[in-house]
Ligand binder design. Structure first.
Ligand SMILES: [Zn+2]
Length: 77
């Protein structure tokens, strides 16, 4: 079980979208094959919206400083 960074509800990992941080950019790991720290969000537009604005939580999830994360998302599907 993992929690969604948007709504904080817990879901089985399979039901969540996985994101990884690559070169300061948050990337959707659609295949779930990326290594390293990850953050999860449920498949809900409002959560995804919140997700990208949760810089504090993202920085904690990825163990980096807030200014090391670009909130501009790329490679989304
Ligand atoms: Zn959610």
């Amino acid at each position: 079980m993992r929690s969604c960074l948007g709504c904080h509800k817990r879901f089985p990992k399979k039901q969540l979208m996985k994101f990884v941080l690559r070169n300061g950019v948050i990337k959707h790991d659609s295949k779930g094959t990326e290594q390293g720290r990850s953050a999860y969000c449920c498949n809900n537009n409002k959560c995804l919206d919140d997700f990208v604005r949760q810089e504090k939580k993202l920085s904690r999830a990825f163990r980096v400083r807030e200014d090391q994360i670009s909130t501009e998302l790329k490679d989304w599907e």
